[in-house]
Design a protein around this ligand. Structure first.
Ligand SMILES: Nc1ncnc2c1ncn2[C@@H]1O[C@H](COP(=O)(O)OP(=O)(O)OP(=O)(O)O)[C@@H](O)[C@H]1O
Ligand SMILES: [Mg+2]
Length: 370
């Protein structure tokens, strides 16, 4: 999560009732939201949900079928891409392999009318920003994937756009390099203060880097929130499943008490769900109750019972070194829940088939329409 905690800023981009049709295909459906000045904003969703389409719409590479888009208070209708204060970095680093690093980075300044020394200074500054100082003369084809993506970033930043659009810029990198670049991109964004809009289908990447995230499905924004809110209070089962892992248990809502929703949860018993963690239209009848793996835990030998305890059997064990993920079949249930446990020096790893006790933090429960 980007923890810059900037105060709420004014909107730099306003999208209102955006629709996009490709022939009979309805690619964007009623998209309305604001992006704030200086924020790191992510569009997150599964393949084909319309992320690239929305980004290209903002950049001016696609026309709207209907709706309005304003940038810095200016209606973008009819404004071509090269006249917008945006710049885009693509998934496949579109740099010119036959040019040097400096020529690539300075490419957009060709017709700027700037003097040669001035251009060289700007190129130097842009290269420094992305950690490639001294690489000026290097041929672009002789760079690693991560370095090429830095060149693409420097080339976009040198034009000092108001908004930088990034379409899966890290997806071609291996895991280690991607993780390193995530941190660097965050730092860079804070340093330059430009509004970044990142498209990704990697939920972890979005959680790590963003001030706010819009989750998209089928051409619509399903939820737009800060990472922590999105994770803790997803407003639908598919958002919950797209972001992290969530267990779902069937439940029976039994009305409100003191703003909380009383639910009889299969395997866990009676629970009261916190305000904001269920939709207001749920009060009676069948519901689906969600709980994250890290808000449940196993009780090991010698640990006293808690207020909330259930018994179950270990079905599967996945050991990750720092963590172990257990699939536990609670007594009386057919399905399993996934529970993650931190591995401690004096904590055993249970075997498949072992009997165990399970406890959970009832404050973490979320209820959805069944
Ligand atoms: N030019 C086009 N003509 C027709 N359909 C298109 C066109 N461009 C995109 N689409 C369709 O619109 C939908 C959204 O595409 P888009 O590229 O925005 O998805 P995405 O969310 O970026 O997916 P991915 O994660 O795979 O990149 C897809 O079903 C796609 O096939
Ligand atoms: Mg895409």
């Amino acid at each position: 999560m980007n923890i810059s905690h900037q105060p709420a800023r004014r909107a730099i981009i306003e999208l209102r009732d955006i629709e996009k049709h490709y022939g009979a295909y309805h690619a964007l459906r009623g998209v309305s939201f604001d992006i704030r000045e200086g924020e790191f904003f992510s569009l997150l969703g599964p393949s084909g949900c319309g992320k690239t389409t929305l980004l290209r719409t903002i950049a001016g590479f696609e026309d709207l079928s209907s709706g309005t888009l304003t940038l810095d208070g200016r209606d973008m209708e009819g404004v071509p891409a090269n006249k917008r204060p945006t710049n885009m970095v693509f998934q496949s680093y579109a740099i010119f392999p036959h040019l040097s690093v400096a020529e690539n980075v300075g490419f957009g300044l060709r017709r700027s009318g700037k003097l040669r020394e001035e251009k060289a200074k700007l190129v130097g500054e842009a290269l420094e920003m992305v950690g490639l100082s001294g690489y000026d003369a290097r041929a672009a084809h002789a760079l690693s994937g991560g370095q090429r993506q830095r060149v693409a970033l420097a080339r976009a930043l040198i034009l000092k756009p108001r908004v930088l659009l990034l379409d899966e810029p890290l997806s071609a990198l291996d895991k280690k390099m991607r993780e390193q670049m995530q941190v660097e991109l965050m730092r860079l964004q804070r340093h330059v203060g430009i509004t970044f809009i990142l498209v990704t289908h990697d939920q972890e990447e979005a959680l790590i880097m963003s001030d706010r995230i819009a989750v998209m499905f089928d051409g619509s924004i399903e939820q737009l929130d800060e990472p922590e809110v999105l994770y803790r209070r997803p407003n639908s089962k598919r958002v919950a499943q797209f972001i992290g892992v969530m267990n779902f248990l069937p439940g029976e809502a039994q009305g409100l008490s003191g703003g909380r929703l009383a639910v009889d949860v299969a395997g866990l018993g009676r629970a009261e769900i916190e305000p904001g963690q269920f939709s207001p239209d749920l009060d009676h009848g069948a519901v689906s109750v969600g709980i994250r793996p890290e808000t449940m835990s196993l009780l090991f030998e010698g640990e006293a019972d808690r207020a909330r305890v259930a018994s179950g059997t270990v079905r599967e064990v996945v050991y990750y070194g720092d963590m172990t993920y257990y699939e536990i079949v609670l007594d009386g249930l057919d399905s399993h829940v996934t529970i993650s446990m931190k591995n401690l020096v004096d904590r055993p790893v249970l075997d498949v088939g072992a009997r165990t006790r399970v406890t959970w933090d009832a404050r973490a429960l979320v209820a959805f329409a069944a």
